[in-house]
Design a protein around this ligand. Structure first.
Ligand code: AMP
Length: 641
């Protein structure tokens, strides 16, 4: 295992040395990395391991994420752009230098403070892609308040569940979002969410974009603009937080309908992001980074907002789609803003691949150094196409909401190991990653399929716990592999002799649509709420553009009522609308099929994998435990309808 064709495991490789030190001596390794950020008070201990599987990084140290992202740059780069905002939906483009960003964040922080927001309070941010979303996130960080950003595409019941779990004192929202030329009213959704939630925030702060009439009946509504004027020259000092105080809660889908609040710290997150900018993204102060994601997802938190700003870059924030006004828009942004680093999900590249290649060639892409892709499997044809069309390195990186930054990648800032198509690369420093047999818990041999697990302690920046529920953190993440207490990613993978890992899909009932994680159980619960539905199974099915889409198979209470095609079609529409209302259009199944029986085991467990295989035209294999094999025939027939 020492040949030069074996770079991942080659003990002589710079990468291997680096990774080995990070695992063998995490205290020494992360003490060095901690120098990348400002500590108002130095930490006493690098790592507190007193209560596994909980890890506390840099205990006793005091710092602030907003100070590191904004204030710290005022001396050296006050006139450099910190945030460039482009909306192809409204035609608005704005630039904020670090000095401007500092002023705006202070205004927002002063407004929040005037509304009673204090250290430790939660602020729920339900905003479209507008600069005020960045100001609001950073203002919370400044005040030591805990932000919880909820993706704008989520529906009212979803929002209500998050309000009840996070119990925010303030909700920040806007009149509307815009996507693909359509205005999406936000206030009726917020109104409905507040009518459903038990918890009531003290105030709702409204950012008016003048896109839609505001329809919020809440008596506690306040408009942002007049308050911003009132606090125009405000200066709000940063709260120096202990490294392990929570910075934010970001909800993610799991196998149950109840979303999990992924809680992150302050100091560990800042250090992890700063290090990742050096070793994975190779972003240097003064560079420009365009991360095409949404602030509602973890990629948006880490690589639209915090990491580029902590490292002194210019971050480009984009509202719109990759194909409006035409498929050349992103490439023109690269040219206009001299973008050096670009980061998106494979779905966007699959969409762009269908566009006229002349649109890409027409733009001057000489500033671009690297394209990063994450969030879902990068298929080989897409990787090959974009790599050769751009003539730049394409770096796949694998991670999840829980980790906050990559677990697998080619870490070009350490050593540019050769990429292998189909693999996001080798374990990232800090992650003690092992593939394990799901039945025995034993480590897998090279080439053997297993669950991707991480040993204790998780490195800095990873989730601290489930918000308000330590027990759920231990039970969900640290208790699923037999015989060992390790963190499960719930992803299948296979590692080759060289250490490269390929991801083979989820071990649980979670699907990945266009880079977004959805629990099939959540969609099933939404559909079961419809009076016509007796039983339902939702599975993920391969899709050429989105990677996966959801398909639902329902058993009806009174099938006869929907026997004719017109009423069947109407029902299908009603069912998809139910999902839209409960979860948002993002979770809408691509098709709803009606069957009179679902394939189940004799103990009543749904055979979702068999259904998915049939929907993808594959053989479901041997199913010795199936209760009634004719159910498979039913699914086949429904698919042919
Ligand atoms: P989320 O927490 O919503 O970002 O979803 C994380 C999940 O997306 C992971 O657990 C994987 O299943 C999948 N995923 C993320 N990045 C990649 C990647 N580069 N290749 C394959 N799957 C990925």
């Amino acid at each position: 295992m020492t040949s030069s064709s074996n770079p991942g495991h080659n003990p002589q490789s710079r990468y291997a040395d680096f990774h080995r030190r990070s695992i063998g001596d995490p205290e020494g390794f992360w003490r060095d990395e901690a120098r990348r950020i400002h500590w108002e008070t130095p930490f006493d201990t690098v790592l507190d391991r007193s209560r596994p599987p909980f890890a506390r990084w840099f205990t006793g140290g005091r710092t602030n994420l907003c100070h590191n992202a904004v204030d710290r740059h005022l001396a050296e780069r006050p006139q450099q752009n910190a945030l460039v905002y482009v909306s192809t939906e409204t035609g608005i483009e704005r630039r904020y230098t670090y000095a401007d960003l500092h002023a705006e964040v202070n205004r927002m922080a002063a407004v929040m403070r005037s509304l009673g927001v204090k250290r430790g309070d939660r602020v729920l941010i339900y905003l479209p892609m507008i600069p005020e979303a960045v100001f609001a996130v950073l203002a919370c960080a400044r005040l030591g308040a805990i932000h919880s950003v909820v993706f704008g595409g989520f529906a009212a019941p979803n929002l209500a569940a998050r309000i009840d779990d996070a119990k925010p004192v303030l909700v920040v929202t806007a009149d509307a979002g815009a996507r693909a030329g359509k205005v999406i009213d936000y206030t009726p959704l917020v109104d409905e969410a507040l009518a459903r939630s038990k918890h009531q925030p003290a105030r709702v702060l409204l950012i008016d974009r003048n896109l839609a009439p505001e329809r919020l009946s809440a008596p506690y509504l306040v408009a942002y603009e007049p308050l911003r004027e009132q606090f125009f020259d405000a200066h709000v000092p940063c709260e120096w937080l202990e490294s392990n105080e929570p910075s934010y809660v970001l909800y993610t889908s799991g196998t149950t309908g109840r979303p999990k609040g992924v809680q992150r710290d302050v100091g560990g997150y800042a250090v992890a992001l700063a290090a990742s900018m050096a070793y994975i993204y190779e972003g240097r102060a003064g560079d420009t980074m365009f991360t095409a994601s949404d602030i509602g997802w973890v990629v948006g938190h880490s690589y639209i907002i915090y990491a580029p700003l902590i490292a002194g870059l210019t971050t480009v924030m984009y509202e719109g789609t990759p194909v409006r006004p035409d498929g050349g828009i992103w490439w023109r942004l690269v040219e206009q803003h001299r973008i050096n680093l670009m980061f998106t999900a494979p779905t966007a590249i699959r969409v762009l691949k269908k566009q006229d290649p002349a649109l890409m060639r027409a733009a001057d892409l000489s500033s671009l150094r690297t394209l990063f892709l994450a969030g879902e499997p990068l298929d080989e044809p897409t990787a090959e196409w974009v790599g050769s069309a751009l003539g730049k390195p394409v770096v796949d990186n694998y991670w999840q909401t829980e980790t906050g930054w990559p677990m697998l990648a080619i870490q070009r800032g350490i050593e540019a190991l050769p990429p292998k198509l189909g693999s996001p690369g080798v374990p990232v420093y800090g992650y003690d990653l092992t593939l394990r047999n799901e039945l025995t818990g034993e480590p897998c041999a090279p080439g053997e399929k297993g669950v991707i697990t991480l040993a204790y302690p998780l490195p800095p920046g990873c989730m601290q716990t489930v918000w308000g529920d330590d027990e759920r953190f231990v039970k969900t993440y640290w208790s699923s592999v037999p015989g060992v207490q390790v963190y499960s990613t719930f992803d299948w993978g296979v590692q080759d002799e060289d250490g490269y890992v390929t991801i083979l899909g989820r071990t649980d009932d979670v699907i990945n649509v266009a880079g977004h994680r959805l629990g099939t159980r959540e969609i099933e619960e939404a559909l079961s709420g419809h009076a016509a539905v007796a039983e339902v199974a939702v599975v993920g099915v391969t899709d050429a553009i989105k990677g996966q889409v959801a398909r639902a198979f329902v058993v009806l209470r009174e099938a006869d009522r929907y026997a004719d095609p017109a009423s069947r079609a109407k029902l299908e529409q009603e069912l998809t609308a139910t999902v839209d209302r409960q979860l948002g259009a993002i979770a809408r199944p691509a098709r709803v099929h009606v069957v009179s029986l679902l394939p189940k085991t004799r103990s009543g467990k749904l055979l979702r994998r068999a259904i998915a295989a049939l929907a993808e035209g594959r053989d479901p294999g041997d199913l010795p435990t199936i209760e009634d094999p004719s159910a498979l025939q039913q699914v086949r027939a429904a698919l042919e309808e």
